[in-house]
Design a protein. Structure first.
Ligand code: ADP
Ligand code: MG
Length: 379
C-alpha cells in the first residue's frame, strides 16, 4: 500500500418515502426546499398549525442541509446514480466503500437497499455495474468478485450463506493489516448478477424476522452484504497495480426505540440489543465529530460498530442513506433520524487506494498463471 491518504467526508443522503394510503389524512412534517435542503415541521409554531403533539411537547421548525435529498417521487435509479454510484466506482478503483441505510422501521431501508423485482434496489444496480466493468476489462485484468452475507442479531454474527455454521456465532478479528474480518465467514465466487441474487434469496431465507407492532414484516437485525473485488493486471508490458477492495452494503435494523414497539420479553431483549448497536453507532458518530486529538472512539461497544470501524473512521468511502417517512405518525423517529444524519455528515475519513505495485517480471508470471488457469477452466 503506497498511496497518500485523502480526507473524505461521509456522504449523507436523505430519502423520503411516499405516504402510505393510511397516512394520507395525516399532516406532512417534511418540506423539500431543493435537492439538498429540507425543513422539518414547517411553520409548526404558526397559528395554522397549533402546537399539538403526541407527547404535548413544543413543536419547532428545523432546517437541515444534506449532501443529497431525495423526495417521494425519486426512483431507485435516481438514488443509485446520484447517491451511491460514486462509491461503486471508488470500489472498482480499489477503495473500500460502504453504503448503509439508516432509519425507523417502515421508512424504506429495505426498499432502498434490496427493492422489489419490479424496482430493484442498490444491491442489484451496483452488482450489474460491477459485472459490466468486469466484462469490459477482462482483457487487461484478472478480476475476481466474491460475496459474503451476514446478519447481526442480538449482538451475534450469523453467516446467512452457510447453513452448517448458521447456528454458530462468528467472531470478529483484526488482521495484520489492522482490518476487521469475520472469522470463518463463507465467501462465494460470483460471476453474474443472477448468482448474487440467488445467494441473497437463499440468505434472506435464513434471516431472523419477526412481527412487531411497529411493522409486521420488520426485520430486527442488521444485514451486511460484502463484495470483495480483487484485480490484477494480465498484460506484462505495462507496470500496473493490483488492487483489493471491499464494498459493504448494509440494511440496518429499525432505529426506533424499543418502547415504540411495545415489546416485552424476548422481543424487548432484541430491541435492547438493536438499540445497543445503534446507540453505539450514534456514540461513535458523536465521538468522530469531536475534533479533539486522540479522542477515544468507542467502536468496541457493539458488533456493528466494530464491523463498521473502518467505514466510519478509517480507510473507506462511506455513504449513509437515511430513510424517513413524511408523515406526522413518525414525528419523533424522523426528527431523531435527521439529527443523526446531520451529525454524521461532519465525519471525516481517510481513504487510501488499496494497491500493490506489480513489477514487470512479476506481471509476466501472472500472465503465465492466468493463461494456465484459463486452460484449466476450458478443459
Ligand atoms: P424498512 O426496511 O425501513 O423497515 P421498507 O423498505 O420495508 O422499510 O418499507 C416499508 C414499506 O414501504 C414497504 O412496503 C415498501 O415497499 C414501501 N416503500 C418504502 N419506500 C418506498 C419508496 N421509496 N417507494 C415506494 N414504496 C416504498
Ligand atoms: Mg427492512
Amino acid at each position: 500500500m503506497n498511496s497518500i491518504a485523502k480526507e473524505a467526508s461521509i456522504s449523507v443522503a436523505v430519502r423520503i418515502r411516499p405516504l402510505t394510503p393510511d397516512e394520507s389524512t395525516l399532516r406532512k412534517i417534511v418540506d423539500v426546499v431543493d435537492d439538498r435542503m429540507l425543513v422539518f415541521d414547517p411553520h409548526s409554531s404558526s397559528s395554522e398549525n397549533p402546537r399539538i403533539g403526541r407527547h404535548n411537547k413544543r413543536h419547532k421548525e428545523h432546517k437541515f442541509i444534506f449532501d443529497r435529498l431525495f423526495d417521494e417521487d425519486s426512483s431507485q435509479s435516481d438514488i443509485y446514480e446520484n447517491a451511491t454510484k460514486p462509491s461503486i466506482d471508488a470500489a472498482l478503483q480499489g477503495y473500500n466503500s460502504t453504503i448503509f441505510a439508516y432509519g425507523a422501521t417502515g421508512c424504506g431501508k429495505t426498499f432502498t437497499i434490496s427493492g422489489t423485482p419490479e424496482s430493484p434496489g442498490i444491491i442489484f444496480l451496483a452488482l450489474k455495474d460491477i459485472f459490466d466493468y468486469v466484462s469490459q476489462n477482462s482483457n487487461e485484468r484478472e478480476i475476481s468478485i466474491q460475496i459474503s452475507y451476514l446478519e447481526i442479531y442480538n449482538e451475534n454474527i450469523i453467516d446467512l450463506l452457510n447453513i452448517e455454521t448458521n447456528t454458530k456465532k462468528l467472531t470478529l478479528l483484526e488482521n495484520e493489516n489492522s482490518e476487521i474480518i469475520v472469522n470463518n465467514l463463507s465467501k462465494y465466487n460470483v460471476s453474474n448478477v443472477e448468482d448474487v441474487m440467488d445467494l441473497i434469496i437463499r440468505g434472506n431465507y435464513n434471516r431472523t424476522v419477526s412481527p412487531t407492532e411497529a411493522n409486521l414484516t420488520s426485520s430486527r437485525s442488521h444485514a451486511v452484504l460484502q463484495v470483495y473485488i480483487s484485480q490484477s493486471p494480465i498484460l506484462n508490458d505495462v507496470m500496473e497495480n493490483s488492487t483489493k477492495s471491499v464494498l459493504s452494503i448494509i440494511d440496518l435494523a429499525g432505529s426506533e426505540r424499543a418502547s415504540a414497539t411495545k415489546n416485552t420479553g424476548l422481543r424487548l431483549h432484541e430491541g435492547a440489543n438493536i438499540n445497543k448497536s445503534l446507540l453505539a453507532l450514534g456514540n461513535c458518530i458523536n465521538a468522530l465529530c469531536d475534533n479533539r486529538k486522540n479522542h477515544h472512539i468507542p467502536y468496541r461497544n457493539s458488533k456493528l460498530t466494530r464491523l463498521l470501524k473502518f467505514s466510519l473512521g478509517g480507510n473507506c468511502k462511506t455513504v449513509m442513506i437515511v430513510c424517513i417517512s413524511p408523515s406526522y405518525r413518525h414525528y419523533d423517529e424522523t426528527l431523531n433520524a435527521l439529527k443523526f444524519a446531520n451529525r454524521a455528515k461532519e465525519i471525516k475519513t481517510k481513504v487510501v487506494r488499496n494497491k500493490t505495485t506489480v513489477m514487470k517480471h512479476v506481471g509476466s508470471y501472472m500472465k503465465i498463471i492466468s493463461d494456465q488457469k484459463r486452460k484449466i477452466y476450458e478443459l
